[in-house]
Each structure stands twice: as structure tokens, then as C-alpha cells.
Design a protein around this ligand. Structure first.
Ligand SMILES: *Cc1c(COP(=O)(O)O)cnc(C)c1O
Length: 434
């Protein structure tokens, strides 16, 4: 009975029976994977509730302040809750931190001083950090303040270049930045356990160096977070995993008391620090989004696993592949031609709750050397915990996609992307055989 209803509504939403049958056949094999994802979500859900209970979050915490924001109970409690979840001494969680890049820039600029050196032992950091660091010359970069940068790339098999890292560490090295997610690169994402090995190695040589983890897209994917394996600072965006799709803005820095204090005095002003910064009306969404974040992250992960398993048998290369364990929510699919990248993104867009009638096209974007097509029909502009995709129109013609506030939406979006490829004759229906 319900099966008939489902078939009917998929058909009426433009998914042909061949596409639907192929997708549902793939899904049957994924039950054990999904069970594991649900168990991690269950653990993390309880972790979040426990932290909220221990901090005695109350109804009054959901209200905000205005003006200077002195004595903002809800803001201060939320920071305590984040510290509980990320297992750190302290945390700064603010709507005044405008995005992930800002959170990372703030963490770096507040904890480095002129003459210090920053080291990335995991290769090139996320694109936007190139300008923060000054890898690409930029106004206000760390380089302008006399902070130098060194980088050690991963070895060709994806492992750490321990010898190179040993040589790069020196008496000026003050901070080591470790990006958990591959972002838009092809290297593997780092598991929390691998991050732990790297931090132990760095600290065995220089115990006092600050180890920072760019945690974007990684929160709640595993049961542990990077501070549990020695990170001094863990940094991310609230319009990705930890905002649960409800946070309309914001970033967080969780870490040692010293690191967080430095960040607070830089975010507002020396002398003022964390005491100012009104939360306005966002606290309820910050709390409720954090509460939902473990299950929202699980929904996004299921979507990523489904997509890998759907596209891999059709002959497209997928990173991570259909079997690999997951450490972030990003999925890459390489199509090898521009038309397929465009069709995929148009399919994702057509599945959205907002702006589904809009047809995305490739366009020139600042900071990119090729046209880029982006699909996003989001409640929060630019939110990438919501189902979204983007693809640079250049070889190898890959799309990167992530998110989905519910598994059901992620699944529909992925079926719609395949349908879009079928509609344009880019995937033949005869290939949709299990
Ligand atoms: C998204 C992301 C950032 C930057 O966050 P924005 O909110 O886009 O500024 C930094 N690092 C990684 C790994 C990311 O995924």
C-alpha cells in the first residue's frame, strides 16, 4: 500500500520508474551502513543532551540580549555546552563570527604574533585560507603582520610526511593547522584517530606548539571530536554540521582557556573580550540546531553514501568510494564532461524546497579560475548542511555535493540528479541495471 503511494509520488515528482527501481535496489544493500550511521547519531544525540542537561540549559537561555550584551545567560551557557560536547576547557560561539573562514582567521590571528610561524602538515589548506595566510597576497593577511607560513604536503599515498614535518618544525613554529575534511581536494579526509597520531607526533617534538583543527564538515560524523585526541583548538561554521540547519549565521572556536580567551579579545576588543556581543534573537536556533545536528549530520552522511553507491556502478569515479568509511559529509563524483556536471547540479536544484524552479548555470566567480555551477535551494543562504552541490567547469569535471537536512530529501535530490542525467541522454536507461 505505502509502496504504491511512494511509487506514485516519485512518478509525479518526475522520477521515472527505471531510475526509482535502480535507486531502491542500490539502497537495499546499504542497510548495514545506515545502521552504523544511526548508531553514531544516537551516541552523539545523547552526548548533546547530556551537555545541555549538565549546563542546566533553561527556557531563559533561549532569549537573547541587545546592545552590549552584558550578562547574556544563554550565550554563556551555550559556550559551556559547546565546550562539553567538544571536550574542551572553553568555547566561543557567536553570531558575530560570520562564517567558517572568519572563525579560522580569528583563531589564527588571535593566537599568532609577529615573528611566529604557522605550519600546515597536511598540504594546502582550504581555498579561502590562502588569502588569510597570505599564500595568495591579500590585504590584512597574516603575512602582512610578519607571520610566516610553511607547508608539508601529504605523501603520494595520502600518509603524513613525518620526516618533512620534523624538518619543518622550528623554534618559530607557534601553531600547526590541520584540516580534517578534504574540502574540495582529492586527498582523503582525516579520521579523528589519524589526526590524533599527527598531533602526538608534533607534540613529541614540540610540546608547546598549538594544534588547531579545521573541523568544518566533520562535526558529529564520528563519536569523537579532535580535542579528544589532543587538539588545542577546534574550529568550524554554524551553517554547516553543528548548526543543524537552523543556525542562520555563526562560527565556533572550542579549545583551551588561553586559546579561546585570545580569540575573544580579538573578536571584540582587548579589555572587553567575551563579556560583550549581544546574541540578539539567534540563541533558540543555535540551541535547537545543535540539538538536531547529530541526526541532520546522519541524514547528510546517508545521502553521501547513497550517491557513492548509486554512481559508482554506472562507471563514474567517486571519492570517497562506495565502501570507504566516512569522516566528513562531502561526496565527489567525477563525470568527465561539462554537460553531466551541469545536469547533476540542475537535478539537485530541482529537488529543493526553496527555489526549485530556478535553473542554475555556470558563471564566473571571484577566486576561481574557471566557471562554476552551484545548486542550492536553501532556507539559510549558502548553507552547505542543506542539500547543495557545486562543480567547477574544468577537467576532471567533478561535482562536490553535501548536505540534506533529512535523509528523505537527500535521497530525492540524488534520484533527481540521476533523472536529470537520464533526461539529457547522458546516462542511458539501459545502464540502470543492478
Ligand atoms: C567550508 C569550509 C571552510 C570555510 O567556511 P566558510 O563558512 O565557507 O567561510 C573552511 N575549511 C573547510 C574545510 C571548509 O569545508
Amino acid at each position: 500500500m505505502i509502496q504504491n503511494c511512494l511509487n506514485e509520488i516519485y512518478a509525479c515528482m518526475g522520477i521515472e520508474k527505471e531510475v526509482s527501481a535502480y535507486g531502491h535496489g542500490i539502497l537495499q544493500k546499504l542497510e548495514p551502513r545506515f545502521r552504523e550511521i544511526d548508531e553514531i547519531a544516537e551516541y552523539n544525540q545523547l552526548k548533546v543532551i547530556k551537555a545541555m542537561q549538565e549546563s542546566q540549559v533553561s527556557e531563559a537561555c533561549l532569549l537573547g540580549t541587545t546592545g552590549y550584551g552584558y550578562n547574556d545567560l544563554g550565550r554563556d551557557k551555550l559556550e559551556e555546552v559547546y565546550a562539553g560536547i567538544f571536550r574542551t576547557e572553553d568555547a566561543l560561539v557567536r553570531p558575530q563570527i560570520t562564517c567558517g573562514t572568519h572563525a579560522l582567521a580569528l583563531a589564527l590571528m588571535s593566537n599568532l604574533r609577529p615573528g611566529d610561524e604557522l605550519l600546515s602538515p597536511v598540504g594546502k589548506p582550504y581555498d579561502t585560507l590562502e588569502e588569510v595566510i597570505g599564500i595568495r597576497p591579500s590585504r590584512g593577511s597574516l603575512a602582512e603582520y610578519g607571520i610566516t607560513y610553511r607547508q608539508v604536503d601529504l605523501l603520494s599515498d595520502g600518509s603524513f610526511d613525518y620526516e618533512g614535518i620534523r624538518q619543518a618544525l622550528n623554534e618559530r613554529t607557534r601553531l600547526v593547522t590541520i584540516q580534517r575534511s578534504k574540502g574540495y581536494q582529492t586527498r582523503p579526509t582525516l579520521s579523528v584517530s589519524r589526526i590524533g597520531e599527527l598531533i602526538s607526533f608534533v607534540k613529541s617534538i614540540q610540546p608547546d606548539v598549538i594544534c588547531m583543527v579545521d573541523n568544518c564538515y566533520g562535526e558529529f560524523v564520528e563519536t569523537r571530536e579532535p580535542a579528544e585526541v589532543g587538539a588545542d583548538m577546534v574550529v568550524g561554521s554554524l551553517i554547516k554540521n553543528p548548526g543543524g540547519g537552523l543556525a542562520p549565521i555563526g562560527g565556533y572556536i572550542a579549545g583551551t582557556r588561553d586559546c579561546v580567551a585570545n580569540a575573544a579579545f580579538r573578536l571584540t576588543s582587548p579589555g572587553l573580550g567575551r563579556e560583550v556581543g549581544a546574541s540578539l534573537g539567534v540563541l533558540k536556533d543555535f540551541y535547537q540546531g545543535l540539538f538536531l545536528a547529530p541526526t541532520v549530520t546522519a541524514a547528510a552522511l546517508k545521502g553521501a553514501v547513497f550517491a557513492a553507491n548509486l554512481y559508482e556502478p554506472l562507471g563514474f569515479s567517486v571519492v570517497p568510494d562506495s565502501q570507504e568509511s566516512r569522516h566528513d559529509i562531502i561526496q565527489a563524483v567525477t563525470f568527465g564532461n561539462a554537460d553531466s556536471v551541469i545536469a547533476f547540479c540542475q537535478g539537485i536544484q530541482a529537488s529543493a524546497p526553496v527555489d526549485s524552479h530556478v535553473i542554475p548555470e555556470p558563471w564566473d566567480m571571484p577566486g576561481y579560475d574557471a566557471k562554476v555551477i552551484m545548486a542550492a535551494g536553501a532556507f539559510v543562504s549558502g548553507s552547505s548542511i542543506e542539500l547543495s552541490a557545486d562543480g567547477p567547469i574544468k577537467p576532471p569535471y567533478a561535482v562536490y555535493f553535501q548536505g540534506g537536512l533529512t535523509w528523505q530529501h537527500a535521497k530525492f535530490g540524488i534520484l533527481k540528479s540521476l533523472q536529470s542525467l537520464v533526461n539529457k541522454g547522458l546516462v542511458g536507461k539501459d545502464r540502470l541495471k543492478l
